[in-house]
Design a protein around this ligand. Structure first.
Ligand code: AHR
Length: 654
């Protein structure tokens, strides 16, 4: 009687106290497998959103380096003077005028004419976020910075131009360069060694009177990743963060920026992004700022190669962004037929022989070997007949010329309802050999409820979950948080992706990057300011999963009263991976019963913490993976799963 009472009390306590443990048994036989897994399951989707390229991954430290900044949709927000400061010397007199006559080249039509009337007139590029603590042109003591600029004497200038890395006050922090100009545009190159660590500026001081023309100034760390690529290099710390994700593909360059907003001239044209960097034709992007295209198609291909990832470019389909109101029309079908050649040219640029027109350009840019392009997305988030009529032309044109290319089609921007159903009906009927790009940003609860989504998909046509993230309600500063909870909901969902990896062949979290304080979209996987990188719980989940991809799914079952426990078991020839996600607020006493797994020690990686925990620039490691070990003997292993945790165990099979 007494023990019955005690047990009832315990049950009651378990119901009342959130920390009470569940008990579970997971059973699997390593030799009983279900489906083959995709070897391109986890990858990256990179878009220049949130200053992801310019002001982010691209190592250029100057903003608006060629005075092209102009947002025709939002002319008050950014203009040709953006990022620059003029008339910075006390007592000097002069002016800066935006010019277009006789420019550097037709793709770079705007430049600045700076006139000094009196004194030593100084103007400077202030970098990104010059007015904030984490902004300006970040330089580090002892490091070298490569600089170039195009200058011209406008005709009446008598004197010299000093180019200097300085403090905001104008005090030099590196040996300055003094230049004498000619009457023609000339490129001046120099290297600065920073004498101190500063949020600096790149200053130009006119010693003399008259006017000089300036365009295309650049300043980059000499040790940037890919510093010798034609467009310039990438931020090493951010490239490292990408490498640490073990990506198997790189989808680029968007996203909405591919479709362009409102105007045909805003379509992303890959040809604008290749060749010498000063001849690339800048364009404003959907997210309200300019794309320098210094990180262009050649550099994207090089990045994919460096990451060991399959390149997956997405080209527009001739349809402007359907999620936005249009002011001009989409391409006509006749125009689409002509535009198809641009796509064939892209394939030639990537894979063509060096004797071909575009293969020759690739070789000239420094990469004679082909990039081995295998995938191509046509359209980003498109749907309806306006898309399919254009897609059909482009699809047939590519298929005919390059049957070896896997084409990615679009199922639109939402997870459920008539729109994706109709897209899928069209695809199954007419383009079943395409890989279908699904995008959805849903609540954490939605992801938990839908972990079996792909269990029901027919196994023939393959899915690319090109954009997904768990969105929690907006919390602070208008942001949706990158909380542990959101990351766990994604992890739970990804157990379903793995279980169905015969159908879901690719998946990528979105968006990938955000510059703190300059973001247009939250949540994002990797955050940074001018000097530091901050990784989120969502990043760690992607990393943990991508580092433990099996070749085959192992049949498994799990008994527990915990409704918020998710699992998947996979294997390679010599490893068994057990992924366990506990999204509940209670710990779980877990017993693993594994057949055909030798005795020994398994290692595990775990992410856990408080439900709503987030990382920040001041508490970067609040949620970070830890590792541990657990023993397995006679097929049995025990471990305790903390509340709000994801644990990935690796067992040796040999
Ligand atoms: O990832 C952010 C945006 O979300 C992408 O540009 C677009 O494809 C989607 O709507």
């Amino acid at each position: 009687m007494r023990s019955l009472l005690t047990r009832s009390l315990l049950v009651l306590l378990c119901l009342l106290l959130p920390s009470c443990a569940f008990a579970a048994t997971l059973t699997a036989d390593a030799d009983v497998t279900t489906v083959e897994m995709s070897d391109t399951l986890y990858g990256l989707f990179f878009e220049d959103i949130n200053y992801g390229a310019d002001g982010g991954l691209y190592a250029e430290l100057l903003q608006n380096r060629s005075f092209e900044y102009e947002d025709i949709l939002n002319p008050r927000a950014i203009d040709h003077y953006n990022g620059w400061g003029f008339n910075l010397t006390f007592g000097a007199k002069g002016k800066a005028t935006v010019m277009t006559e006789d420019p550097l080249n037709i793709n770079n039509p705007t430049y600045m004419r700076v006139t000094c009337e009196k004194g030593d007139y100084r103007f400077a590029n202030l970098g990104y976020q010059a007015t904030t603590l984490a902004g300006g042109v970040p330089v580090e003591v002892g490091k070298n910075y490569r600089c170039f600029v195009y200058l011209r004497n406008a005709g009446d200038f008598s004197g010299t131009v000093e180019v200097a890395l300085t403090k905001r006050t104008g005090k030099a922090i590196a040996q300055a360069q003094t230049l004498t100009l000619t009457d023609a545009w000339q490129k001046y190159e120099m290297t600065f060694t920073a004498a101190s660590t500063e949020d600096a500026v790149l200053s130009f001081i006119l010693h003399g009177t008259g006017s000089v023309d300036v365009d295309m100034a650049s300043l980059m760390p000499a040790d940037a990743f890919g510093a010798d690529w034609p467009g310039g290099g990438l931020r090493s710390d951010l490239v490292q963060a990408l490498m640490d994700l073990n990506p198997s593909f790189l989808r680029f360059p968007g996203g909405c920026i591919v479709e362009g907003s409102y105007y045909q001239s805003n379509f992303y044209d890959w040809k604008d992004t290749v060749g010498p960097v000063e001849t690339r034709k800048e364009n404003f992007n959907t997210w309200g700022y300019m794309q320098s295209y210094g990180l262009g198609y050649f550099e994207y291909f090089c990045l994919a190669e460096a990451l060991g990832a399959e390149p997956l470019p997405v080209v527009h389909s001739g349809v402007l962004c359907q999620a936005r109101e249009k002011k001009e029309g989409d391409l006509t079908l006749k125009e689409v037929r002509e535009y198809a050649q641009d796509i064939l040219d892209l394939i030639e640029f990537a894979n063509g022989d060096v004797t071909s027109t575009w293969g020759a350009l690739r070789a000239e840019m420094g990469h004679p070997e082909p990039f081995n392009l295998k995938y191509l997305g046509i359209g980003n988030e498109n749907w309806d007949s306006v898309y399919w009529t254009r897609f059909d032309i482009l699809y047939n044109c590519v298929k005919e010329a390059h049957p070896e290319i896997n084409i990615v089609s679009s199922a639109g921007p939402v997870a459920e309802g008539a729109l994706p159903s109709s897209a899928w009906a069209t695809i199954r009927a007419r383009y079943p050999d395409t890989i279908v790009d699904e995008h959805y940003y849903m609540s954490g609860e939605w992801f938990l409820r839908n972990t079996s989504r792909y269990d029901r998909y027919p196994r023939t046509t393959k899915v690319f979950l090109g954009e997904f993230a768990a969105h929690e309600p907006v919390q602070y500063n208008g942001r949706r948080p990158n909380s542990l909870y959101s990351a766990l909901c994604e992890a739970a969902y990804m157990t379903g992706l793995e279980r169905n990896s015969d159908v879901v062949v690719m998946a990528s979290y979105a968006p990938l990057m955000a510059r703190e304080g300059m973001q247009q979209w939250t949540p994002d996987m990797i955050w940074y300011n001018s000097r530091e990188v901050m990784l989120t719980p969502n990043y760690y989940v992607q990393q943990m999963f991508a580092r433990t991809v099996g070749d085959q799914v192992v049949a498994s079952s799990c008994e527990s009263t915990n409704q918020l426990l998710y699992h998947v078991v996979t294997r390679t020839a010599d490893k068994l991976y057990v992924k366990l996600v506990n999204v509940s607020d209670s710990e779980e006493d877990m017993t693993l019963s594994l057949t055909n797994v030798p005795d020994g020690t398994a290692v595990y990686t775990r992410l856990s913490g408080e439900r709503d925990a987030i990382n920040s620039f001041t508490t970067k490691d609040r949620v970070a993976p830890v590792s541990g070990e657990c023993t397995i003997a006679a097929g049995m292993a025990d471990l305790l799963l903390p509340a709000y945790s994801v644990t990935i165990l690796t067992f040796d099979l040999q």
